[in-house]
Design a protein around this ligand. Structure first.
Ligand code: ATP
Ligand code: MG
Length: 583
């Protein structure tokens, strides 16, 4: 059994034992705790036995892998229990939102393999109903216009242990509130000069009940509603009601909304009756080591040119991971492995990488590429001869078949695969030593050519002609096997190697400017990589390959005719699996 907290660096020292026991119980049922709540509600016949979830992104940035965890929950639970899932854009702040983000978000959800069908909604669809509710609450004495500055309002809020102070505008007559709220919406007042607040309880234990702001003035036109509105609802006044208007039954979100839940319920109660009421359930966010996930910080990296855009393969955005070569199934497997719990955790990026390797190992086509080439000359091989060697396209998948690789007198091999004076356990190429060339002959090194500075310019070897596939010496074993590419037919490509974007494990926990924590060596461009001709002919943007002995790679959209660009998705060495075996 895998525990739901596999791969988490638990940062909360004192978990409650009961909670852990509960998680394990849930895991044995095959359902996570959110799904278990849903099942119970369905079995109890709540909301007429309906299940409707929603994914509510704010279109103010691109989706990242944290959002994938929420999407997999929202759409996944709906699929599992035969319900529906809405996509609702939470477009309540025209200052930060853009259609570019709307389109990107749709694309990324589809890429993950989910679809909202005809259930595409916008919070801005509900502005009229939200307005009506606000007016009703004013009339019932439950809301008032406050003319204080936001600093003043914050000062009066009190602290969790000290009650707040009432605003001097709290007891304004209903008529005056109505008149001012309407004037606010006509644009008669400046941004920040007044807000509409709910009149609840300035000494409540829950800070969110201390007369929360319902509406603020924003004069930037909205991309959908134009300049119809000059007041816009706050998240807390929009979210629960939008759920209600749409018929959402389970509003699943992350743990930071736990203290908002009573307010969610307070506003929804203004609308709901016994027959239907949405329910908010919270799970832990996905946090990754060596990664920042805050949209504000990701936007800053893009705007300041610290990365090459939202889809830079070093970014944790879904479009970045896609460009890097990560697959939807790898992301889903990772999310299943870390699980959904009720306590915050920091997840190891190595576990995500492990999931990526596992998926690509099963599916990626094996090819030969030499990233740091040096010429190998086979002196006893005829000069005008070319043979065709057959290479398994994927030993994990017999259906993948084989592909052809030309072989002749001059080959490219890795410079690192040769040592003139090797240490004892070096089984690759060195003078007098034998190695097998992958899928071809055993060769014995006879010497090297050097330039006047002593740099090696070519390596010489002799072929043992009896050792090719199908010949008597084919099974002869030697310790080292090297990959190679035939010189006359090799194609030169560009490869972009990536390392972690941040050089510290938990950048969000560090003091100071997060930009100072960027890894200066996170991108390395190799201009001189030699690949086999079959790859150059067959590679299409987005395809996945394993370069033998080097790692997994994917074709970048920057590729043009005659100039292929590959992104290194991930190396072959699985530090996660290794740690697990040890531990
Ligand atoms: P913002 O600070 O702009 O609100 P956000 O990351 O919360 O940023 P939203 O667009 O509001 O962005 O997020 C949409 C949904 O995705 C929310 O329900 C949110 O709880 C969920 N979500 C966001 N980040 C994560 C994360 N790291 N792990 C799991 N779910 C997340
Ligand atoms: Mg949010």
């Amino acid at each position: 059994m895998t525990l739901p907290f596999e791969g988490c660096l638990i940062d909360q020292k004192n978990w409650i034992m009961a909670e852990i026991t509960e998680e394990i119980k849930e895991n044995e049922s095959g359902l996570n705790f959110v799904e278990q709540y849903i099942k119970e509600d369905l079995e109890a016949g709540k909301n007429g036995g309906r299940l409707n979830t929603r994914f509510p992104p704010e279109p103010n940035g691109y989706l990242h892998i944290g959002h994938a965890k929420a999407i997999i929950m929202d759409f996944g639970a709906a699929e599992k229990f035969g319900g529906t899932c809405n996509l609702r854009f939470d477009d309540t702040n025209p200052q930060k939102e853009d259609t570019e983000y709307v389109e990107a978000i749709k694309r990324d959800i589809h890429w993950l393999g989910f679809d909202w069908g005809d259930r595409l909604y916008y919070a801005s669809d509900y502005f009229p109903q939200l307005w009506d509710l606000a007016v009703r609450m004013i009339k019932e004495g439950k809301a008032y216009v406050d003319e204080q500055s936001s600093e003043e309002i914050a000062r009066q809020k009190g602290t969790p242990t000290q009650p707040g102070q009432n605003s001097p505008y709290r007891d304004r007559p209903v008529e005056e509130n109505l008149r001012l709220f309407e004037a606010m919406n006509r644009g008669e007042f400046e941004e920040g000069s007044m807000v509409l607040r709910a009149k609840i309880d300035m000494s409540s234990d829950n800070m969110h009940f201390r007369d929360p702001i319902m509406y603020r003035i924003i004069k930037t036109p909205h991309w959908r509603t134009g300049d119809t509105w000059k007041v816009y609802p706050m998240y807390d006044f929009a979210h629960g009601q939008s759920d209600y208007f749409e018929g959402v039954t389970h509003s699943i979100c992350t743990l930071e909304f736990v203290p908002h839940r009573p307010l969610y319920e307070y506003f929804v109660k203004e609308l709901a009756d016994e027959t239907y009421c949405p329910r908010q359930i919270e799970f832990n966010r996905l946090n990754l080591t060596y990664t920042v996930m805050s949209k504000r910080k990701l936007l800053q990296l893009v705007k300041e040119g610290l990365v090459r855009g939202w889809d830079d393969p070093r970014m944790p955005t879904l479009c970045g991971l896609r460009r890097r070569g990560y697959t939807p199934s790898a992301i889903k497997n990772f999310v299943n492995r870390i699980g959904y719990t009720k306590y915050e955790a920091l997840n190891h990026i190595e576990l995500l990488e492990h999931s990526v390797r596992e998926d690509l190992n099963a599916t990626a086509t094996r090819v030969c590429a030499v990233q740091n080439p040096v010429k190998l000359i086979l002196d006893n091989y005829p000069e005008d001869k070319t043979e065709v060697m057959l290479l398994d396209s994927n030993p994990e998948d017999p259906a993948a078949g084989k592909h052809e690789m030309p072989f002749s007198r001059e080959l490219w091999i890795e410079r690192e695969d040769f040592m003139e004076n090797p240490p004892k356990k070096f089984f690759r190429m060195s003078p007098g030593n034998e190695v097998r060339l992958k899928g071809a002959y055993i060769v014995k090194c006879t010497g090297v050519d050097k330039d006047e500075d002593g740099n090696i310019t070519a390596i010489h070897a002799d072929v043992d002609f009896d050792t090719r596939n199908g010949l008597p010496g084919a099974d002869r074993k030697v310790k080292g096997t090297l990959h190679w590419v035939n010189v006359p037919t090799a194609v030169k490509v560009e490869v972009r190697d990536y390392d972690r974007l941040f050089s510290v494990e938990n950048p969000s926990a560090e003091e100071g400017d997060f930009r100072d924590l960027l890894n200066p060596d996170s991108l390395k461009i190799r201009e001189n990589v030699m690949v086999e001709p079959w790859l150059a002919e067959n590679a299409k943007v987005g395809d996945h390959f394993q370069f033998q002995r080097l790692g997994y790679y994917t074709v970048d959209p920057d590729s043009k005719d005659g100039h292929l660009v590959f992104n290194k998705t991930i190396g072959l060495r699985d530090t996660w699996a290794k740690e697990q075996k040890k531990g």
